[in-house]
Design a protein around this ligand. Structure first.
Ligand code: BES
Ligand code: MN
Ligand code: ZN
Length: 495
């Protein structure tokens, strides 16, 4: 999709435009200009109760008198200056659904004049682009017949004032880079686990280095993991015939090449059957999404390379598969992590933390400025927070706050969970330094507490995206979260 920001008069469009009207039929500035141009066409519709301006109402008008554009979408925005970001996004999605039904190729958007509560023009544009891309996303790679309802829409023009030009262009650039990152993350995540294997993930990581001269990718396979002492990571993988591969995606663009990097570590279980502690069959297909942490890191790395952020950032995709097998690791096994701590495996389905703990130790070598891991780590997090907020755990107040700020800015929501010492008690083992599960209560937190044991060398935060990374049911599909949150966090770090 082409996005353009410019000052454009209503009379210039030959194709389609969209204007806002408010509750009680109050016209927005541009709706008023249109009304004047068209002998009161909009006013007449208001008078005949054809349009009321209530939230989410959309009317498609064709061939208005004295007017060149073929279509006018009139969008109801409710009470003036009271539209929330959520209402705005819903309205955008509805608008695109209407636009898709028509032959609109170029849409001139005058909704830039509506005020979203506590948001400026940049966010008006960014949320619009986010929703347009979201509405147009299709995943039919594995269908023999591709969907033919692909929209003919190919460009959207945002009407702005001249003095807003550079602000608007920056908003478009950021939105497009994030939207592309989101869509790349969705694509890898939606692929089936027989195609998206750990090797496939590593290939995507290598492809990033082909695309951007600022990126260098290194792959670590099982042989090197063994040499490095990543026994815990390998234990999880040993039941699978797919080789575990960890991708290290190094993006260097800080003015000081030796500046400490920000490290993102993504859980990349391309399938999690639970291992010997086998999961129930129902819904098990969804465990192809257990690599969504890695998918989001992949999407973010693409976004920051597009934006050429002046930072050093390292993305890790911790690819692996967890299956039951004659050679699989078992409950009762005691493994020695790369850090040297021993872990008693009480449940082979708590595998994410066993992969991540070695990845977190591995990244010590980069002397990170900070590390954020992103993982579909616990069902308990979904019980606690549902599908709307990712779980955030960190003992670093500033880092936690910075992530929460980015999450609020992008509406890619996160909620902080506590991490106090007591939770470590639940991870005690009679036979090893740690148990890999912490009992029935506070499962999302004890998982985070487990990881905390491996993060003493740097500032660290953990995002549990088990509830937010994909949707279930009729709309089953990856969401691309939290690419938006993380990219915004990095944009803010670059300021
Ligand atoms: N990948 C799962 C977490 C998960 C479960 C994400 C359901 C989304 C939906 C993780 O590896 C897992 O199985 N965790 C266990 C931990 C338990 C054994 C302590 C869980 O949450 O049940
Ligand atoms: Mn599991
Ligand atoms: Zn898992």
């Amino acid at each position: 999709m082409k996005y353009i920001a410019k000052n454009i008069a209503l009379s210039e469009s030959k194709d389609s435009i969209v204007v806002a009207i408010f509750e009680n039929g109050t016209l927005s500035k541009n709706a008023q200009i249109l009304d004047d141009l068209t002998d009161g066409a909009i006013t007449k519709l208001v008078q005949s109760n054809e349009v009321k301006g209530i939230q989410g109402e959309i009317l498609t008008l064709r061939h208005l008198p004295n007017y060149t554009a073929q279509r006018v979408f009139v969008v109801g925005c409710g009470k003036k200056s009271e539209i929330t970001e959520r209402q705005y996004k819903i309205l955008m999605a509805k608008l695109i659904a209407e636009v898709k039904k028509t032959q609109t190729v170029e849409l001139v958007n005058y909704l830039t004049e509506i005020e979203i509560k506590d948001r400026d023009l940049s966010w008006n544009i960014r949320f619009a682009i986010e929703m347009i891309e979201e509405s147009l996303y299709r995943f039919d790679t594995c269908k023999s017949k591709k969907s033919d309802e692909s929209a003919v829409l190919n460009s959207v023009i945002f009407d702005i004032e001249e003095k807003q030009q550079s602000q608007a262009e920056q908003a478009i650039k950021q939105a497009q880079s994030i939207a592309l990152g989101v869509s790349l993350a969705k694509d890898v995540a939606n692929l089936p686990p027989n195609i998206c294997t750990p090797v496939y993930l590593a290939e995507q990581a290598k492809a990033l280095a082909k695309k951007s001269p600022l990126i260098k990718t290194t792959i670590i396979g099982e042989k090197q993991m063994a040499e490095l002492g990543m026994t815990s990571y390998l234990a999880v993988s040993q039941g699978s015939c797919h080789e575990a591969q960890m991708s290290i995606i190094e993006y260097r663009n800080h003015p000081n090449p030796n500046a400490k990097p920000i490290v993102l570590v993504g859980k990349g279980l391309t399938f999690d059957a639970g291992g010997i502690s086998l999961k129930p069959g129902e819904g098990m297909d969804e465990m192809k999404y257990d690599m969504c942490g890695a998918a989001s890191v992949y999407g973010v790395m693409n976004a920051i390379a597009e934006l050429q952020l002046p930072l050093n950032i390292i993305g890790i995709l911790a690819g692996c598969e967890n299956l039951p097998d004659g050679n699989a690791y078992r409950p009762g096994d005691i493994i020695t992590t790369m850090k040297g701590l021993t872990v008693e495996v009480l449940n082979t389905d708590a595998e994410g933390r066993l992969v991540l703990c070695d990845a977190l130790t591995y990244v010590e070598r980069f002397d990170p400025e900070l590390v954020v891991d992103i993982a579909t780590l616990t069902g308990a997090c979904v019980v606690a927070l549902g599908a709307h907020n990712s779980g955030l755990i960190s003992s670093d107040e500033t880092l936690a706050e910075d992530l929460l700020v980015a999450s609020k800015e992008t509406t890619d929501k996160a909620w902080r969970l506590p991490l106090s010492e007591e939770y470590q008690e639940q991870l005690k083992s009679n036979f090893a330094d740690l148990a890999n599960i912490g009992g029935r209560w506070g499962g999302a937190i004890t998982a985070g507490a487990f990881l905390a044991n491996f993060t003493d060398k740097y500032r660290w935060a953990h995002l549990d995206i088990a509830g937010t990374a994909w949707k279930q049911g009729a709309e089953k599909g990856a969401t691309g979260r939290p690419v938006s949150l993380l990219t915004q966090f990095l944009i803010n770090q670059a300021k």
